[in-house]
Write a protein that binds this ligand. Structure first.
Ligand code: NDP
Length: 446
């Protein structure tokens, strides 16, 4: 029986980083992965999504080019080319992950790992023991349950469709539904986006989300709130989506994006005595320990933030704490920037105005919305929105929310400033870069 210091189950963002760092600190490490290395982010999430999103942006800019003098623009979109090129890039990334782990000295085992008890793992025909175990198996799309759900796809399917769907109905009001609405719309489809509540992305600043909704409506995305799927039928080579208000929308693809669930089946959690929450996530404490001290969980399988950079940070810090003899990487896990790659994209960090109100904070709001220079010569009516929330007693910027081209790129810099405790006065004494949209952030008036 082979014994390892550290056995990592799952070769996604969190697992790969943790295995590599632990091996770098001298631990004997193995990593089990039953599919391609890179996890959701590389194979069925962030990377292919962002590539599709770029494709959608190019599509949208064809019309904008005319105002800048480009004439007779003729472009046909070829879905197959996009999917094939995306697949090639993913294979390249899988290979990089493989060599990163191998170069660090991590033993990679392809197969499904199952815990037999709190120190023993079964994988293929091997039985392995380990001192410490990390569960980083991620999640998968939640399957819908209405009648005709078998005609619908989830985000995994959207990356591999044989044909480009000309009419798409999307269910859900989270990151994935809003991002795919932009993708399919930008690539030329007619898109209907259904959300069962009043405000999608409701954990974000509502003013920002409202602004994004207006942008979607201007583009002709059929956004419907208080709307959900009752049943789906399949007739005349199309799908008929029957809604709860008895309306019917016909389409070529129904995408259900109603959240994700942890990948914990056949993992042997019971055999190892690991507790889960009612939603299936593995419950961890602030040290990523499960109910067994030496078994850890990071990433989407746990009850922490389901974001790639967060999982990477968790995996890294954990490996440092276990094997670095005190050299632990300092990462602030309390202030997490995030972006929704909608069109235009949305970036956000810190507190929303709704949270500030709920916490009875004494705050000031600075906001602007404007037509960016890039659209002054186009017929595109897209606008940009920026909002800062500033705590009154110490002048600290505690929230930054933006919708507009490049806002996720801008936000990364703002995140550093906010991590350093920047005040509104710090923003104000910074010289702008002209002409940019970002310069608005240093000239905001109450
Ligand atoms: P989210 O959890 O963000 O949103 C799920 C949406 O589906 C919510 O609007 C929810 O409504 C709705 N919903 C849930 N159950 C049902 C149901 N039975 N019927 C109808 N609607 C339902 O999930 P996503 O799938 O969009 O994304 C999963 C996670 O992946 C995100 O939380 C995010 O962390 C991560 N992600 C990050 C990205 C990024 O960083 N850019 C991109 C994509 C994903 P309600 O709000 O009313 O419950």
């Amino acid at each position: 029986m082979t014994h390892y210091d550290y056995f990592v189950i799952g070769g996604g963002s969190g697992g790969v980083r943790s295995a590599r760092i632990a091996a770098g600190h001298g631990a004997k490490v193995a990593l089990a992965e039953k599919s391609d290395l890179g996890g959701t982010c590389v194979n069925l999430g962030c990377i292919p999504k962002k590539l599709f999103s770029y494709a959608a942006d190019y599509g949208a800019s064809l019309e904008d080019m005319k105002g800048f003098g480009w004439e007779n623009i003729q472009a046909d979109f070829n879905w197959k080319t996009l999917v094939e090129n995306k697949n090639t890039e993913i294979v390249r990334l899988n290979t990089i992950y493989q060599s990163v782990l191998a170069n660090a000295g991590v033993t990679i085992i392809n197969g499904h790992a199952q815990l037999l008890d709190e120190h023993t793992i079964q994988i293929n025909d091997q039985t392995i023991t380990a001192d410490n175990i990390l569960i980083a198996v991620g999640g998968k799309p939640r399957q819908p349950h209405f009648a005709g759900a078998e005609y619908c796809g989830v985000s995994d399917d959207a990356f591999h469709l044989d044909h480009f769907p000309r009419r798409v109905v999307i269910q859900g009001g989270g990151y994935i539904s809003v991002e795919f609405a932009h993708i399919f719309k930008g690539l030329g489809a007619k898109v209907t986006l259904l959300y069962r509540g009043d405000t999608w992305l409701h954990e974000f600043d509502h003013e920002m989300v409202f602004f994004l909704k207006e942008e979607y409506l201007k583009q002709g995305i059929d956004v419907r709130f208080q709307s959900d799927i009752k049943l789906v039928t399949n007739e005349r080579n199309a799908y008929q989506v029957h809604l709860n208000d008895d309306k019917i929308v016909e389409c070529d693809f129904v995408l259900s994006a109603i959240g994700r669930v942890p990948n914990t089946e056949n993992l042997g959690l019971d055999a190892a005595g690991i507790e889960t929450l009612p939603n299936g996530q593995i419950k961890v404490n602030e040290n990523w320990q499960t109910s067994k001290d030496h078994i850890y969980a990071v990433g989407d399988v746990s009850n922490n933030a389901p974001l790639t950079p967060y999982a990477i940070a968790e995996g890294h810090i954990l490996a440092d704490r276990l094997y670095s003899k005190g050299r632990v990487r300092d990462i602030n896990l309390d202030l997490v920037p995030t972006a929704v790659f909608s069109g235009p994209p949305m970036g956000t960090i810190g507190i929303s105005e709704e949270e500030a109100k709920e916490k009875h904070l004494d705050y000031k709001v600075y906001r602007t919305d404007f037509r960016p220079l890039r659209h002054t010569l186009t017929s595109n009516s897209e606008r940009t929105f920026m909002k800062l929330i500033v705590q009154k007693d110490n002048d600290k910027v505690i929230g930054c929310h933006m919708v507009g081209t490049d806002t996720p790129e801008i936000l990364q810099g703002i995140a550093i400033c906010m991590n350093m405790g920047a005040t509104k006065a710090d923003f104000d004494r910074t010289i702008g870069i002209h002409p940019t949209s970002a310069e608005e952030l240093v000239t905001l008036k109450e």
